[in-house]
Design a protein. Sequence first.
Length: 298
Amino acid sequence: MACTALKFLIAQAEGSLNVHSMQTLATAAVTPMHTIHNPIVSGLTLFRELEADEQQHILQADDWWRVGAIRNPYARMYSSWENRVLLRAPSLEIETYECFEDVLVDGCIDLGASFSMFMQQVIDNPALVNRDDHFKSQAEAIRPGVISLTHVLQVEKEGALQGFVQSLGERAGKVLELKKLNEGLRINYKEVVTPHAAQLIERWSELDFVGSIYEHEQFSLSKTSVILSERETKLIRYIREVSGRLDVVATEMQTKVSALEHQVHDEWLAGLSRQGARYGLKEIMRRLRGGLRGWCVS
């Protein structure tokens, strides 16, 4: 939630938001708002794309804000699984979902058991999700002790994001509005995370607990399992089919657009080549005639 919302806010504050592309970009984003992760829409430059001297200046200069957004590691891991695996939001980072099976009870999805099995799978084989930033350590991203952050936003803390929005608006001289995105199924992680899953999260997100404001939590073994109804299970499967179809259509569109761009580029180069040949011949003849005239005069 925080990444999408903050990126949208910063693009608005910077004045780089491309509203037209947000509505028309050929991508599998579920809503126009989710296209903000594409640089064509946000108009923002990624930090890692900057030259080393620019990066050092940003990391040290007093006039730059260095903002880190953090979230409860249990809630973050469950939310990431719900969005990327359970609902299968369009993603290029997860290559296959075949290994992520649902645990079923009478044909209905058991959320706690399915999430726990997922955690065991990624612990055993991190390569399944390690390309997706949603599952990467927060500590590795904000690098506490390495980057001197001017703002640390605890996203689940009431008023934390809204306070930042107000400060950002004042800095930019604009009225900004925080939009709620990626709210998911609104199931609290405490209802789903089992003691076994909690141990695996603590192992996976070890760096996010070390020297952090977040501490290990206790989860009940005897709580009631969250099992979706037959209708809810069918809806989840339908959402997956739609998401998969979006991926296919977007990929096909991008392939066609890319091919068209290459064709236009090749034709443009060919045109330049023909124009250059004509210009070269004319220039040779002009100089030749000039030289001959000069020779005749002398």
